[in-house]
Design a protein around this ligand. Structure first.
Ligand code: GDD
Ligand code: MG
Length: 340
């Protein structure tokens, strides 16, 4: 991927992850495993691939767990975790974590997966002398997102968080990736709860600052991993090769290994043991040291490290979280199974 020429990024990862409960009781959202690496790790790899060298994570809920988990591998850039004593909302958190930066920096919602190249956005911001840019995405249903309305030269005219419909018909929403000049944070008071979406951007527009809405020329992969459906979807997409810099440990499809059968796509961490006659896949991701009993059948499911599935169990669209066990012979559909 092309170097975007921007060396720093601040990732917002301090939310409570309420829509992903109960999974986020076990692990905070940024380190939920997504094809066996932490969710935010996918963004770290994406940033490293386009020349970012220093990332600060604006963390809150579960910050110590996040720090420990991310320290286990080299992401190709420096990672620093900045902890909020209490949630400062998105702009307050950016001010705390990035207020001392003296160069333009990327800022993102840490819960999205994407593969858009950022070099064109950086070039457009420099050429226009803009204070900020927002990566945009066209969607059919704008209601879950921040609606961003642009004028005919691509400058943001309005930023309206979570509206039912877009009267302008543009249907472009905030993809959760920003490029900010350092003075954008002059608009955010220190140590105060302040919102990027509801306060910072509307205030920049009211002050007459130029904010660019950037729609990449080529279509790009993008997913907000904020809900259970999108958590499972993330696995299907990445197993399917949605982003080019991440290669999961995918077992070859349609393989008969000894006495069990794998139907690709199927990813498997180290140390798994699979019983005779089991059928795994398609779209299954096993963490490390997962045990699958003889004759079990698992499809479209995610099993975290240490999970166990008893003999003859059948699982479809199931998430088996940390150290949980599915009993022999159980049939589960569209469920989350938590450990003790
Ligand atoms: N540090 C910190 N402190 N981080 C926070 C806080 C906070 O108080 N509140 C939220 N965050 C982080 C979350 O952890 C998440 O990574 C990110 O900010 C966005 O919060 P979400 O709660 O996931 O917001 P959303 O998905 O409903 O909406 C946002 O994302 C959409 C695109 O994914 C908005 O930015 C929308 O405008 C956008 O379209
Ligand atoms: Mg989100």
């Amino acid at each position: 991927m092309i170097d975007a020429g921007i060396r720093s990024a601040v990732l917002l990862v301090g939310g409570l992850g309420t829509r992903l409960r109960p999974l986020t009781y076990a692990r905070p959202k940024p380190i939920l495993p997504v094809v066996n690496i932490p969710l935010v790790g996918h963004q770290l790899l994406w940033f490293a691939a386009q020349g970012v060298r220093r990332v600060r994570l604006a963390a809150g809920y579960g910050a110590e767990q996040v720090r420990e988990e991310l320290s286990r591998r080299d992401w190709g850039l420096t990672v620093e975790v900045i902890v909020e004593e209490q949630p400062l909302d998105t702009a307050g958190a950016l001010k705390l974590a990035g207020g001392d930066l003296h160069e333009p920096f990327f800022a993102t919602n840490g819960d999205i997966l994407l593969n858009a190249p950022l070099a064109p956005m950086a070039a457009a911001q420099a050429a226009a002398g803009a204070t900020a840019s927002i990566l945009l995405r066209r969607v059919d249903d704008v209601s879950h997102y921040g609606l961003v309305v642009r004028d005919d030269v691509g400058h943001v005219a309005a930023f309206l968080e979570k509206q039912p419909t877009d009267p302008s018909g543009q249907n472009t929403v905030n993809a959760g990736v920003y490029l900010l000049q350092p003075d954008a944070l002059d608009f955010v008071p220190e140590g105060t709860s302040w919102s990027v979406e509801r306060q910072l951007y509307p205030d920049l527009l009211a002050a007459g600052r130029t904010v660019l809405g950037h729609v990449p020329e080529a279509p790009y992969y993008w997913l907000d991993v904020g809900r259970m459906e999108t958590y499972l979807q993330a696995h299907l997409d990445l197993l399917d090769g949605a982003v080019e810099w991440f290669e999961p440990d995918v077992a070859p499809g349609d393989e008969v290994t000894g006495a069990w059968r794998g139907l690709g796509p199927l990813a498997m961490g180290e140390g798994c043991s699979i019983g005779d006659g089991a059928i795994l896949g398609p779209n299954v991701c096993l963490g490390r040291n997962v045990k699958i009993g003889a004759g079990a059948q698992v499809a479209s499911s995610v099993l975290w490290d240490g999970a166990e599935v008893g003999e003859g169990a059948r699982l479809e669209k199931v998430i088996v979280a940390g150290d949980a066990r599915v009993g022999a012979g159980q049939t589960l559909f569209d469920r989350i199974v938590m450990g003790p």
